[in-house]
Design a protein around this ligand. Structure first.
Ligand code: PLP
Length: 393
């Protein structure tokens, strides 16, 4: 981000900057090595080999096999392919789907679409700390349940659902389990076999790869998942998603996954220390509290309620080019629904009233943040929140 003022980016759950090493890996495929991965000449074969290698890198990060990875444009597309595909292919078993009220709009909107086509969807509530109540899940699961879609890590609060326990319950009624893992892949270890995940999605731009590339994991070993063509055409990506492959994006996603595999544990340690430091300092401000469970949580996220301070005003105050503060990027709600004037559906599902939801800010850290930056953020937030509160009293 270009600016004469210092920029501090704490909105990494919305998107991450591209890692220079990822850019270096993809650059040849944006320039000289531009061949179509389906061409049979040697240039095409080279592009095909690069895609093949990336498929292995993505699979390795989540404990899958390369043939179980379908490249997509991101998580939204992967979610659509998976949910609509299961709905279409598992009708003999039933038409009942279960999801959580705090899912991303990509899941909720897809489920609502299926309701309009005659499917029945149960939207489970969450507890005040954002966690699922497993006993409620047990109650709603039925013989005609075909799919349960529950995210691993929430994008707004970072709250981590007990995925393994969920998978066991889901499989006990013979349904499939999809976990939207967009926010956790690359931040913490995920193993689809150990966790019992049948379908999983990820987006490159959440783990330092560019926007416009992602992947869907579709279980092919033990409990093989059947899906159908989502984009019809030349039969690319096992016939699910036709269209010339985005070779540079795919290579970048592979490189980002390989880096994450090597570095995410170390990165998570330093990110956690910074997140905890910021949180401890900001909670010293009167009228503040953390939204969501503070132990079952991603290391990089904190969602803080500042009573009496409107979050849009806080965001503007922190990114105001006119004042003496650095430009600080934080958010309220999901970037995907930020045009909406509704309060966050995640926070209201956790029991916050509209005013509290409109007074909450998400700080999401990335591997490039430093302690110096966080010191500046702490001072800036204290200043902005107290000025706003002074204006309303
Ligand atoms: N799921 C979650 C949890 C997300 O955070 C996001 C993006 O913010 C998505 C799905 C959609 O990802 P994309 O916009 O890259 O398709």
């Amino acid at each position: 981000m270009e600016n004469s003022k210092q920029v501090i980016y704490l909105d990494n759950n919305a998107t991450t900057p591209i890692d220079k090493r990822v850019l270096d890996a993809m650059m040849p495929f944006l320039t000289n090595e531009f061949a179509n991965a389906n061409s049979t000449h040697q240039f095409g074969v080279h592009a095909y080999e690069a895609v093949k290698a990336a498929r292995v890198q993505v699979a390795e990060l989540i404990g899958a096999e390369a043939h179980e990875i379908v490249f997509t444009s991101g998580s939204t597309e992967a979610i659509n392919i998976a949910i609509k595909g299961v709905a279409e292919n598992y009708q003999p078993k039933g038409k009942h789907i279960v999801t959580l009220k705090t899912e991303h709009s990509a899941v909720l909107d897809t489920c609502q679409y299926l309701e309009s086509k005659g499917y029945e969807v149960t939207y489970l509530p969450v507890k005040p700390d954002g966690l699922i109540d497993l006993s409620e899940l047990k109650i709603v699961l039925r013989d005609d349940t075909i799919l349960v879609v529950i995210m691993f890590a929430n994008n707004e609060t970072g709250v981590l659902q007990p995925v393994k326990e969920i998978a066991e319950l889901v499989h006990s009624v013979g349904a499939l389990f999809m976990s939207d893992s967009t926010q956790i892949v690359g931040k913490a270890p995920v193993n689809v076999d150990n966790l019992g995940i049948d379908l999983l999605c990820m987006s490159g731009h959440k783990l330092y790869a560019p926007k416009g590339v992602g992947a869907l994991y579709v279980r092919q070993r033990m409990n093989r998942v059947k899906l159908s063509a989502f984009v019809h055409g030349g039969g690319h990506e096992k016939g699910l998603r036709s269209g010339t492959l985005n070779v540079p994006g795919i290579v970048a996603l592979g490189a980002a996954c390989a880096l994450a595999e090597r570095e995410m544990t170390k990165n998570a340690e330093s990110i956690l220390a910074l997140r905890n430091y910021l949180e401890t300092e900001l909670l010293k401000i009167e009228g503040t509290s953390v939204n969501g469970n503070t132990s079952a949580r991603l290391a990089n996220t904190t969602n803080i309620l500042f009573r009496g301070a409107d979050s849009d005003a806080v965001i503007m105050g922190l990114s105001n080019p006119e004042n003496d503060l650095p430009l600080i990027a934080v958010s309220n709600g999901s970037a995907c629904t930020s045009a909406s004037i509704e309060p966050s559906h995640v926070l209201t599902a956790m029991g916050l009233d509209d005013t509290a939801a409109f007074s909450s800010i998400r700080f999401s850290f990335g591997k490039f943040n430093t302690k110096k930056e966080i010191d500046l953020v702490i001072d800036a937030v204290k200043h902005v929140v107290s000025s706003l509160r002074a204006m309303v009293t």
